[in-house]
Design a protein around this ligand. Sequence first.
Ligand code: PAF
Length: 284
Amino acid sequence: MEIIRSISGMREFSGDCLQSNKSIGFVPTMGALHDGHLSIVRQSTGANDITVVSIFINPTQFSEGEDFNCYPRDYDGDIRKLDGLYGGKIAAVFMPEANDIYPDGYKTYVEVRGLSEKLCGMFRPGHFTGVATVVLKLFNAVNPTRAYFGLKDYQQCAVLKKMRDDLNLDCEIVLCPTVREADGLAMSSRNAYLSMEQRLDAPCIYKALKDTGHAIKNGSLKIKDIAAKLHETLSAVKSITEIQYASAYDPDTLDEITRGVRVLIAVAVKMGTTRLIDNILVEL
Ligand code: PAF
């Protein structure tokens, strides 16, 4: 497994792979790898000749006052986890330097209008512009045949698919199911911030999503009443200090809905300073 630290090195490596007709699966990450990431990597190694995993904590997707400086970093541990995994099909880890991605005088950003301002975008202004920009830059370095993203970040997936379509990118975007702890909490690098008490309360988020999902399926709850039900349930949880959003949304436009046959039920809450998001998609 090669460790590649520059855009030029990455382009050379991917150029060689493509010349020998090898498909490249790409898993962009910000490191602090957990089983959720590894399951995404497994999907990629199963479907491509080689896989590239990137580790880059992207400064432009963090707003002022967010956790950029203390975001969990364990580069050596991450490399150890990936080395030799899945039959050695992870050919490279791409770990660019921040000043290679954003050199002095950097001015170009990708803005996916319409989807970026909703849900998380209301509370993290500029976040999805940072995500779309870095993912496009990583795509240009890695030249992936397929790129893999986890559905826990549903809005990120929607924004990146739209960027792919609008910019005619020649890369398939593959969406991977959310991986959960045994008690239902969606895996996330930020779970490491939770205190013991918050961690014990955190599975209530998925439980609330599942309960409302079942209730709209069996007809005991109307879509228009999902927001009220979620707020009632989540506000009763001691560790939840803020509910940023919790409602039913159109899975394509991310607009809040009161009726429909495909319903995205999505939640963002804060437990102290830690922000947790989760969602389920219900087909009626
Ligand atoms: O989901 C993430 O870890 C990040 O948003 C991504 C896609 C690696 C871009 O920095």
